[in-house]
Ligand binder design. Structure first.
Ligand SMILES: [Zn+2]
Length: 390
């Protein structure tokens, strides 16, 4: 095993062992601070300048890390340099489904197994190793390493980034597992809850209440109609599912066959294509809900179950897309999972999603990083560093 691979395996072993599950379920949620501290140690040892930004109102020290390598002086007003970005947290796990301890990096059959090995602690170990070949004194523009908190739950880390924290670089690579294929687009997602309130009463006489289940068919048909309208207006052939979707996720309401149902909760998700903003979807839906409420003489209230993630698109033919296609030897494509890319893009950076490993093995037992993607990942990142920083 070459020395660089040994360093990667050693560091990834420590990163995987540092449990950093993030989850809306408090019984699972844990701090990412140990991962941040490890990354900070590695980066400082490798000659980076490190800043740790603790997230607001966090009791357990959750933080983002921004490390800087190379020249930050006399950069002028133009964007300069490159950001290598990843998230430090993982999803919850079911240890029983794993062939080895998920928190113990285990090499087997040319693969490094471990929770977060590919999604995406492995990217940090690889990125640091890629940079170790460079002399920061020779950089014309800086390289930044960004490590965020809570991507798998609320994306709070990426959402909290400010222009003051992350200087305006020319480009950012979000190293999510894409088998090193540049991904320039993904859908956004919003999850909404709707509460319908009528009047409960004895079922013997419908006049004694106002049954909200009677309004459900209207709600479903209005949402289906809206979904059809979206599909006619927005289409992108780069996506596996080329139109926006709305999934009816769950419905809860009522308590007894002999009672008029006075309240019902319904929730759904919307997956937006680039160009479809979640604020517009909310406005369209609210207008329709007002009509349903009037029609059935009930109250309807819609709320966000989680904060939306916008759709992401980096233009075909933009400098970064072309650079990544050349560096990786693969044509840019679209992914069907949401990432932090739209938040970096909103800070003014050209952004792409591209990293080693496969999303197909992420978020499930026996997640692994294939050893044979490590050197190609290092080579690809070095090509980009040469282009953006030298
Ligand atoms: Zn991820």
């Amino acid at each position: 095993m070459p020395t660089s691979e040994q360093t990667i395996v050693k560091r990834l072993t420590e990163l995987v062992a540092a449990d950093s599950v993030s989850s809306p379920d408090p019984s699972w949620d844990s701090s990412n601070r140990r991962v941040i501290n490890h990354l900070s140690d590695y980066a400082e040892r490798d000659g980076w300048a490190v800043d740790i930004h603790e997230l607001e109102s966090t009791a357990d020290g959750k933080a983002n890390l921004i490390a800087t390598f190379g020249n930050t002086h006399n950069l002028g007003d133009e964007p300069a340099g490159l950001v290598l970005s990843g998230h430090t947290d993982t999803v919850p796990f079911d240890a029983g489904g794993w062939a080895s301890d998920p928190l113990k990096l285990t090499e087997r059959d040319g693969r490094l197994y471990g929770l977060g090995s590919t999604d995406m602690k492995g990217f940090f170990a690889v990125a640091l190793e890629a940079v170790s070949a460079f002399d920061p004194a020779k950089f014309k523009a800086p390289l930044y390493l960004l490590a965020t908190a809570d991507e798998e739950s609320t994306m709070r880390g990426a959402r909290s980034l400010t222009k003051a924290q992350l200087p305006l670089a020319r480009a950012a690579v979000v190293g999510e597992p894409t088998d090193l294929r540049p991904m320039r687009m993904h859908k956004g997602i919003m999850m909404q809850g709707v509460t319908l309130r009528g009047q409960s009463g004895h079922s013997s006489d419908p006049e004694l209440g106002n049954n909200v289940i009677e309004a459900l068919p209207t709600l479903l048909s209005v949402l289906s109609q809206y979904r059809d309208e979206l599909a006619k207006t927005f289409r992108c052939e780069l996506m596996a599912v080329p139109v926006p979707t709305i999934n009816f996720g769950c419905v809860h309401g009522g308590d007894s066959p002999n009672r008029i149902c006075g309240e019902l909760d319904f929730s759904f998700d919307v997956r937006m294509l680039p160009g479809l903003e979640y604020a517009d979807v909310e406005r369209d839906l609210n207008a329709r809900l007002v009509e349903i409420a009037a029609l059935h003489d009930i109250d309807i209230e819609m709320r966000r179950l989680v904060e939306p993630v916008p759709a992401f698109e980096q233009a075909e033919g933009s400098e970064l897309v072309v650079a990544c296609e050349h560096a990786s030897g693969q044509t840019a494509d679209a992914v069907n999972f949401a990432t932090e890319a739209p938040f970096l893009k909103s800070l003014g950076l050209e952004t792409i999603v591209m990293g080693p490993g496969s999303i197909d093995v992420a978020h499930q037992p026996n997640e692994y990083m294939p050893l044979d993607q490590i050197q190609p990942a290092i080579d690809t990142l070095r090509t980009l560093i040469n282009r953006y920083c030298m």
